[in-house]
Design a protein around this ligand. Structure first.
Ligand code: SDX
Length: 436
């Protein structure tokens, strides 16, 4: 953080003493006004529910420019990473700050691949769930339960323990997601196979059965790997902020990541891809493209509570760069699978076209986000709709861990403890029951 020559001066119309607030500049993006001394000097808090104007930390990991529709992981544009790297290269970059060289890449890949199994006891944990439980309910439980197997060797303040916990979580998430899926379909779990790629291993654990050899389709494998890259990290979004706040108490990383999984589940966040596909299915049932106008009228009617899922973003007021890459991946996968006439994909493109020309959306700068096309491509791959957010959580785990480790490694970090504007009852006495 570089102190700016410019200061902010806070003055009060009632003659209370004014206060100079330092301003800091980052390498790119908006400056920040440092209010850390505000309460101590003025007895007043700032007020920012939803954190629309609040920077919660300084970070070197991911940068988003919402106006340009730009996303950088450690300075590298997502468009270049999606084409030139694979997901484990991206994990290495997010965790350690640089892309790996050949030797580093080989070592990291083999470390991850050699931690893909989970303790055999985990399958008995799964048995406690109903077979029709939502995979995100199961995954929240499974990730938290990992701390029952490793908590004794994972001191969040020990850098070596943080390192092995990161490898374990990245390695085991695909195994856990696949187990959650197999449990719901009543099929036996498939153990990881260490001679496959990260995405190929996940596909086999998801779709193979003990009855026959499973052949990984390289086009699908590459598409899935790209989906993981696109979802890997995204600055201080709701689930990442949850992981930071949870981890700031010093809890173990498995518990903090489980909190992130729980937050991501919400339909306004990672649950939007599942909600988006369900929305496309509903419009299809209404009559498809012919009914898009009617659906859009509902969206514009505030009282309807209907939103165009997969559209809009707190930061992107331009096209989400991930949505563009996801749409390309959609084309590739549907083409490979002979589904280029997929009605939902055609419907999604028609919805996008209409929305981008409609004043309601233009005025509010609502563009497709990462969730708009991701559901269509996952459905084409054979991933059930209810598992979409679990795939998002799988991919985002590395981002959550990188952000958590960055916070813990900062000697200045403190437990997060926001305050409030209290608008409730003033102090009053309890009346005897007979008088209430
Ligand atoms: C993700 O933060 C991240 O980085 C998240 C994420 C990540 O990688 O971690 O990018 C992943 O969560 C993507 C977002 C997925 N969610 C959805 O697709 C759900 C639909 N989108 C909306 O719920 C909404 O756009 C949010 C939650 C994403 C953003 O909400 P904001 O920033 O609080 O904006 P808002 O709700 O105040 O909307 C501003 C206006 C409002 O209208 P007015 O009151 O000004 O008239 O836009 C409208 C909203 O009603 N609006 C929408 C809309 N999104 C916003 N109207 C219709 N459909 C939508 N999708």
């Amino acid at each position: 953080m570089t102190p700016s020559d410019v200061k902010a001066t806070l003055s009060f119309s009632d003659g209370s003493p004014s206060m100079d607030l330092p301003i800091y500049k980052g390498t790119i993006g908006p400056d920040v006004i440092d209010i850390r001394k505000l309460y101590g000097q003025t007895g007043k808090f700032t007020y920012d529910p939803g954190f629309l104007s609040t920077a919660s930390c300084n970070s070197t990991i991911t940068y988003i420019d919402g106006d340009k529709g730009e996303l950088l992981y450690r300075g590298y544009p997502i468009e270049q990473l999606a084409v030139n790297c694979d997901y484990l290269d991206t994990c290495y970059l997010l965790l350690y700050g640089e892309l790996p060289n050949t030797e580093q890449r080989g070592t990291f890949h083999s470390r991850v691949i050699n931690h893909t199994m989970v303790n055999e006891q985990m399958q008995f944990f799964l048995r406690g769930f109903r077979r029709d439980a939502h995979p995100m309910a199961v995954l929240t439980g499974l990730v938290g339960a990992l701390s029952a197997f490793y908590h004794d060797s994972t001191d969040i303040n020990n850098p070596e323990h943080r390192e092995i916990a990161a490898i374990r979580l990245i390695a085991k998430m695909p195994t856990l997601v696949a187990m959650a899926y197999k449990y719901t379909v009543g099929q036996p779990y498939i153990y990881p196979k260490n001679d496959l790629s990260y995405a190929g291993n996940f596909m086999r654990m998801m779709f193979a059965t003990p009855c026959e050899e499973y052949k990984v389709n390289p086009v699908i494998e590459r598409a899935l790997d790209r989906i993981f890259i696109l979802h890997a990290d995204h600055e201080q979004n709701a689930s990442t902020s949850t992981v930071r706040l949870c981890g700031s108490s010093g809890t173990n990383p498995f518990a903090a990541i489980a909190a992130g999984v729980a937050c991501l589940w919400g339909p306004s966040h990672g649950g939007a891809n599942e909600a988006c596909l369900n929305m496309l299915g509903d419009i299809q049932k209404m009559g498809g493209v012919a009914k898009v106008g009617e659906f859009m009228s509902q969206v514009k009617d505030k009282n309807s509570g209907v939103k165009l899922m997969g559209f809009g973003h707190r930061v992107y007021k331009n096209y989400d760069p991930r949505a563009k890459l996801m749409r390309e991946t959609c084309h590739e996968v549907l083409g490979e699978l002979g589904l280029h006439n997929d009605p939902l994909f055609k419907l999604a493109m028609e919805l996008e076209k209409i929305a981008l020309e409609d004043d309601y959306f233009v005025a509010r700068k609502l563009y497709p986000n990462v969730d708009f096309y991701s559901g269509i491509v996952q459905r084409a791959i054979g991933i059930p709709v209810s598992l979409f957010t679990a795939i998002f959580a799988l991919a985002r785990t590395v981002g959550w861990i990188a952000q958590l480790n960055e916070m813990i490694a900062d000697p200045e970090y403190k437990i997060g403890r926001p305050r409030q504007l209290f608008v409730g009852a003033e102090k009053r006495d309890v009346k005897p029951l007979a008088e209430r």
